[in-house]
Design a protein around this ligand. Structure first.
Ligand code: GLY
Ligand code: MN
Ligand code: MN
Length: 463
């Protein structure tokens, strides 16, 4: 945990911004995989971690703006709990670590909230993302799940987003740790993968590093020779000479901040000519985007800049044609780059996505596009010092999508469909790194990992 002063200051800032009513924040519970006691790895709610730092199930908290008090609701372990899960830190001692002395049993929470509501106080709560939270709030307010959804506090959501988006120095230090563990995972994958192995062997090796150095991974890794399947969570293909392996993986730091990087490298010692051409285009797009990062620039503009670079590059190898700007405006590049350039990162790998992109990546001056490709852009608004985000362009050859566009003659003015027949078994390439926005530009988080073609081939040669 950080020092208790940090949690006190964060709560005071939220209290001042929100001004009225009672803020109810729920911690997460254990979740059974296939029966109650066979649980998934426990992951505390990130907002709860941000304001209280308490990394245990069975907790909730209130920031009471009327009384000016903060209360943790939770119970001391029973003897049965001690027998099964060991001696636990007493609830008062846990709460003291985040600067709270007012601790009440969990059973009192319902009454506390009901009495506050009866006094006419607004109960601010956030959009749930687990069914248990819905059930709890539904029971508490006597409302349907739909009504619970409608009753969330937009004001609280916006205030928390504003606060969590600007990372403090202590958070940047944690993010640097998370990304440095992530860097080790990627370097190790590059050193370790060999023809004849299965994807799951590389997966196991990088997972080991995440578990040796921290609590584990920040999301389910993608380790795939089918890089064109954007979120591919299958690991049983055998690596073969001539293929590309795409590894998109990240670790959590001890305090659950995330890293999120991607490297794509040849299973053989070197890239083929075709692979290095496409790889270099992705790298050029990433470099153009990184170069553009600075306060004030809308991230959507950075996304479009990367898209332009991709079109320019694909034109040089005869896959695209026509005017670059027009092709990007028409969304023609999205056949190859169908996702957004990146997203915010913090305690969540897609930071605060539980609140909705509308509040995190967009604002009054930015609207979500409905155009294919741009509709997956999670972040569009102007950048501000203290933001932490990813830059992750990619080029993918997705046979069913190519076939569809070809049949529909979609963007035929910009795409040489006949040339694409040579790329149907290519797969995909993505390169991803994490940056913080500084007062003058940006800074790469974590330890740099080889990404130039020559650097990657040098590591693969020694593998
Ligand atoms: N790991 C998912 C992503 O890069 O957003
Ligand atoms: Mn990623
Ligand atoms: Mn990412």
């Amino acid at each position: 945990m950080f020092s208790k002063d940090i949690y006190i200051a964060r709560r005071n800032e939220l209290r001042e911004k929100t001004g009225n009513g009672v803020i109810l924040l729920l911690g997460n519970e254990e979740v059974g995989m296939n029966y109650k006691d066979n649980v998934y790895t426990f992951r505390q709610d990130s907002t709860f971690l941000y304001y209280f730092g308490l990394d245990k199930p069975g907790l909730a908290a209130v920031i009471d703006n009327e009384k000016g008090s903060d209360i943790v609701f939770g119970d001391n372990p029973s003897m049965d709990d001690v027998v099964w899960t060991g001696t636990q830190i007493l609830i008062h001692d846990q709460a003291a670590r985040c600067g709270i002395s007012d601790v009440q049993p969990l059973s009192v929470l319902n009454t506390y909230i009901k009495e506050s509501a009866e006094k006419g106080l607004k109960i601010h709560y956030l959009l749930p993302y687990r069914y248990r939270q819905y059930l709890f709030l539904s029971g508490l307010f006597g409302k349907s799940v739909e009504e619970v959804k409608k009753g969330i506090s937009i004001e609280l959501t916006k205030n928390i987003v504003d606060q969590r988006l600007i990372k403090g120095d202590e958070e940047i230090a944690e993010l640097d740790k998370a990304v440095s563990i992530t860097s080790k995972m990627h370097l190790r994958a590059m050193e370790y993968a060999r023809p004849g192995m299965k994807e799951q062997h590389v997966m196991a090796e990088i997972y080991r590093i995440a578990l040796e150095e921290g609590p584990g991974v920040s999301f389910s890794p993608i380790v795939s020779i089918r890089g064109e399947v954007l979120h591919n969570h299958h690991y049983n293909n055998t690596l073969k000479e001539g293929q590309l392996l795409l590894v998109d993986a990240g670790a959590e730091s001890g305090m659950h901040y995330a890293g999120d990087m991607t490297r794509t490298f040849p299973v053989s010692g070197t890239f083929t000519g075709k692979q290095s051409d496409v790889y270099q285009i992705v790298l050029n797009a990433q470099n153009a985007a990184i170069e553009a990062l600075k306060p004030g620039i809308p991230y959507k503009e950075v996304h479009l800049l990367a898209s332009n670079t991709i079109v320019d590059g694909l034109k040089t190898i005869g896959i695209m044609k026509g005017d670059t700007q027009e092709a990007v405006s028409a969304g023609a590049h999205a056949l190859f780059f169908p996702h957004g350039l990146g997203h915010m990162m913090g305690l969540d790998v897609h930071d605060m996505e539980n609140f909705g992109e509308k509040y995190v990546g967009y604002d009054e001056s930015t609207d979500k596009s409905e155009q294919f490709g741009l509709n997956f852009l999670r972040l569009a608004k102007k950048l501000v010092p203290g933001y932490v985000l990813t830059i992750e362009p990619g080029i993918y050859f997705i046979p069913p999508l190519i076939e569809k566009w070809k049949n529909e003659k979609k963007s035929a003015d910009f795409i040489n469909f006949s040339k694409l027949d040579e790329y149907l078994d290519f797969g995909g390439i993505r390169i991803e790194e994490n940056f913080m926005i500084t007062s003058s530009g940006s800074r790469l988080l974590g330890t740099p990992v080889a990404k130039e073609i020559a650097e990657v081939e040098e590591i693969r040669a020694g593998a």
